[in-house]
Write a protein that binds this ligand. Structure first.
Ligand SMILES: Cc1cc2nc3c(=O)[nH]c(=O)nc-3n(C[C@H](O)[C@H](O)[C@H](O)COP(=O)(O)OP(=O)(O)OC[C@H]3O[C@@H](n4cnc5c(N)ncnc54)[C@H](O)[C@@H]3O)c2cc1C
Length: 465
């Protein structure tokens, strides 16, 4: 680490101690060390909570099928409402139910691998972090991944979870076939050739058409990525954004509300040797925890602290297999909203979000996250026939977001932003219908496949009726 940064870092850590802030950090660190079960079923209290703690429910019962037949039997012998939870990493209320909540944690096996076609057929309940090392051993990898790999494949596909890259689609875009169990327990095999309406309508459907037990997914040969993270001037980076997107396989930026600096992250394929992982002196997680502590309970010092801490970001680089490079460690809990904006309107939207946040003096220490995603053909995908810029706003999990997120929502709405289904947003049914050309077809399909709305909850009813 450079001497200048070390001195600056030491000064800030000492400053934090002086304010009594590091006592707060201990609390945060104990939260960090919580090792949550991937199904997040809080059995002792009979309650379920999502990753951030922002969504909680008390289901009438939990059901963890041993296998696919067990699931089918349950659907055939009950008439209850039924929600499926994957890794519980959605911020939006897609999971909560007061009826049956089911985890597919036992449906976690690879069924077959076709090395020639570079395809895997795999059960939907497998966490991505369990799947990717097994794919790697077989010489295969996902074309792209998001920021973490704790999601299940079913959850990632059903919400159109994505990474960044102008030529790269979301997880839904990799799906070739899936097996859907509908409300009466019937199995439907869906692909672009078989049950094609259900394939295009049901790939991104938040579990509202039925439960997917298996996916066949397009992969690629294993590859290595070189990651570079560096600070840059915010305005210059925004002006040059689309050139940088063109020049890099995966490109994203993290602008702060109160800093002229932006953090840039690029990933590019490489044949160079794997490097020893170089940890920055102050990790992302440490800086976030420090920011939370120093900003004060009300967040009143956020602007000064953010300006100071954004200056501490180190330039780092590392090379590793793709599946080890994509996921970051995200231990500091937060809530998040994210909207997909038509690419040509993206930069204007980012500038307006930043300007509005500054004007309102929002106590949000977290940077925005700006990515790009290639369009797909899935009816309810936020990327349906639209290349987008993806813009996220975060807030620490124990800080208020409801005062500010709705204000940003109004801006995103003016820019025709489609919400990330797994993240917070504020649209009602009419708002969603305007954004999705195939909305009516989707609702019709849902009425056909699930006439009694077994797979609904309050949120699903709010957006799909
Ligand atoms: C720290 C963190 C980082 C994140 N990073 C990213 C990112 O980089 N990119 C991004 O796009 N998103 C990101 N997300 C959001 C996350 O990827 C999505 O919310 C994703 O859906 C979570 O997957 P899950 O397995 O936890 O699903 P859950 O949240 O448990 O469920 C999501 C939805 O999928 C449905 N579902 C799950 N399994 C099935 C199934 N087998 N059949 C039918 N429906 C099913 C559920 O009913 C629910 O409606 C992040 C979230 C967190 C907490």
């Amino acid at each position: 680490m450079k001497r200048r940064k070390f001195l600056k870092g030491t000064g800030i850590v000492l400053g934090a101690t002086a304010i009594g802030g590091l006592a707060g950090l201990n609390v945060i660190n104990s939260k960090i060390s919580e090792n949550l079960d991937s199904s997040l079923l809080l059995k002792e209290s009979n309650k379920w909570s999502n990753w951030s703690g922002g969504q909680v429910c008390e289901p009438s019962s939990f059901f963890i099928p041993k296998n696919e037949q067990d699931l089918i039997n349950k659907l055939k012998t009950t008439s209850n409402k039924f929600r499926v939870v994957g890794g519980g990493h959605s911020f939006s209320p897609v999971v909560p139910t007061n009826d049956i909540l089911s985890s597919l944690k036992n449906l976690n096996k690879i069924i077959s691998i076709d090395k020639n076609a570079k395809e895997v057929t795999v059960q939907s309940g497998i966490p991505l972090s369990d799947l990717t090392p097994q794919l790697h051993k077989n010489g295969l990898a996902f074309l792209n991944q998001g920021d973490i790999d704790k999601q299940t494949l079913g959850g990632a596909v059903s919400t159109s979870t994505h990474g960044t890259g102008k030529d790269l689609q979301s997880f839904a875009g990799f799906v070739k076939k899936f097996k859907l169990i509908i409300a009466n327990g019937e199995i439907l095999n869906c692909s672009s050739e078989e049950n094609s309406e259900i394939f295009y309508g049901g790939t991104v459907a938040l579990g509202s058409l039925g439960i997917v037990t298996e996916y066949t997914v397009q992969l690629t040969d294993t590859y290595k990525l070189e990651e570079k993270v560096y600070p840059a001037d915010l305005n210059e980076t925004l002006d040059n954004f689309w050139n940088l997107v063109e020049e890099n396989r995966n490109f994203e930026i993290f602008p702060f509300f109160y800093s002229d600096q932006v953090v840039v992250k690029t990933l590019n394929k490489t044949s160079k040797n794997i490097t020893k992982v170089e940890q920055p002196f102050l990790s992302d997680d440490f800086l976030l925890a420090l920011g939370l502590t120093l900003s004060g309970d009300s967040g009143s010092r956020t602007d000064k602290v953010q300006n100071l801490i954004s200056g501490l970001i180190d330039s780092t680089s590392k090379i590793n297999d793709s599946y080890k490079i994509y996921p970051s460690v995200r231990n500091v809990k937060f809530n998040e909203m994210e909207y997909q904006i038509p690419k040509e309107k993206g930069i204007a939207c980012v500038r307006e979000i930043l300007k509005t946040g500054q004007k309102l003096k929002v106590p949000i220490f977290f940077p925005l996250e700006i990515r790009v995603v290639k369009q797909d053909d899935f009816w309810m995908s936020p990327f349906y026939k639209r290349d987008v810029m993806s813009i996220s706003v975060h807030q620490f999990a124990d800080k208020e977001y409801n005062k500010y997120f709705p204000i940003f929502h109004e801006i995103f709405k003016r820019y025709e932003g489609r919400p990330h289904w797994g993240k917070l947003s504020y649209y009602d049914r009419e708002g969603i219908k305007k954004l999705y050309p195939k909305y009516d077809d989707f609702v019709k399909l849902r009425n056909e496949l699930d006439p009694k709305k077994r797979f609904s909850n309050d949120y699903i009813n709010k957006i799909f009726g």
